[in-house]
Ligand binder design. Structure first.
Ligand code: NDP
Length: 274
């Protein structure tokens, strides 16, 4: 009998997590199944309870349930508590344990896969929603020279920055207030391109050798990476590597070993080639 896992979201049909975990399981010889489950918007807790009763061992959680998943947990990892959101659930001995692997996935992709260490870098994080909140502590753990958050609603960015002040100073403001500043790493954690909108990022923000990183991914160049290229960002990467790395960390939590990610990322990249 193989152990059962699933990803819960709404919508969920687009999810690549089942293919990623199937590839990890095949490569590592782990006896597990991983399915995509659509949870009703008002029925996430019931869907999880049903899954646990059916013998589910663990689950990933995606939009829009990450905050609700956090509230369902009996215990949280420190990084999940910091993020206020959970993307990885483990079910054991009647307890629900929550973790958040998005931030570590992002850092692993940037520092590991892309060979861009964070230490001493000036980082600009665009956006102040759930995805931004989840990556701040892992970014600060990389000891950057500075971390600045810019958001359309500047007050939200300031409140977010203040909530991490006990770890390290984080500055924040509006897009317009970015004029005159430059950065080594600019991370897009907004959902602007989902709505087909471009970001009001003033020109000249990318320092020499800067990396533009978009948490979004898709076929071809994302709108943010196109904008970054036109504004002179020398290096650019989308969030496909983050997706694979956060999945690898979830797999490690459940199965006790971290799978090799490079072949899985290469295959996804091939599938998404324009
Ligand atoms: P939220 O809805 O929580 O936050 C959205 C953010 O985008 C807010 O800061 C919002 O600003 C900003 N925003 C939306 N539209 C615009 C616009 N037109 N101009 C400027 N800013 C805008 O979303 P999440 O944080 O959960 O997700 C953000 C993105 O990250 C999504 O695209 C998601 O797919 C991606 N993501 C990728 C992952 C991966 O593994 N690659 C993992 C997790 C997320 P305001 O506060 O002013 O409304």
């Amino acid at each position: 009998m193989s152990d059962l896992y699933a990803v819960f979201g709404n919508p969920i049909a687009h999810s690549r997590s089942p293919a990623i975990h199937a590839a990890f399981a095949a490569a590592s010889g782990e006896a597990m199944r991983y399915e995509a489950r659509l949870a009703p918007i008002d029925g996430f807790a019931a869907a999880i309870a049903e899954f646990v009763a059916a013998g589910g061992r663990g689950a990933n959680v995606t939009v829009p349930f990450k905050e609700e998943a956090c509230r369902l947990c009996h215990r949280l990892s420190e990084r999940a508590a910091r993020a206020g959101a959970v993307n990885t659930l483990s079910f054991c001995a009647g307890e629900i344990v929550g973790d958040n692997t998005d931030g570590v996935g992002l850092v692993q992709d940037i520092a590991g896969n892309l060979g861009f260490p964070l230490a001493g870098r000036r980082i600009l994080l665009l956006g102040a929603g759930g995805a931004a909140r989840g990556v701040i502590a892992p970014l600060l753990a990389g000891l950057p020279a500075s971390l600045h958050i810019a958001n359309r609603s500047a007050d939200k960015a300031r409140a977010l920055a203040a909530s991490f002040a006990d770890i390290a100073p984080v500055t924040a403001g509006s897009f317009a207030e970015l004029a005159g500043k430059s950065f080594d790493l600019v991370i897009n954690a907004t959902s602007a391109s989902l709505a087909g909108e471009s970001l009001p990022l003033p020109a000249g923000r990318f320092a020499a050798g800067a990396l533009a990183y978009d948490m979004m991914y898709g076929k071809g160049e994302t709108p943010f990476l196109q904008q970054a290229r036109m504004q002179g960002a020398e290096r650019r990467a989308d969030g496909l590597g983050m997706l694979v790395e956060q999945a690898a960390e979830a797999f490690r939590i459940w199965r006790g070993r971290r799978p090799e990610t490079a072949p899985v990322l290469a295959e996804l990249r091939r599938q998404l080639a324009p």
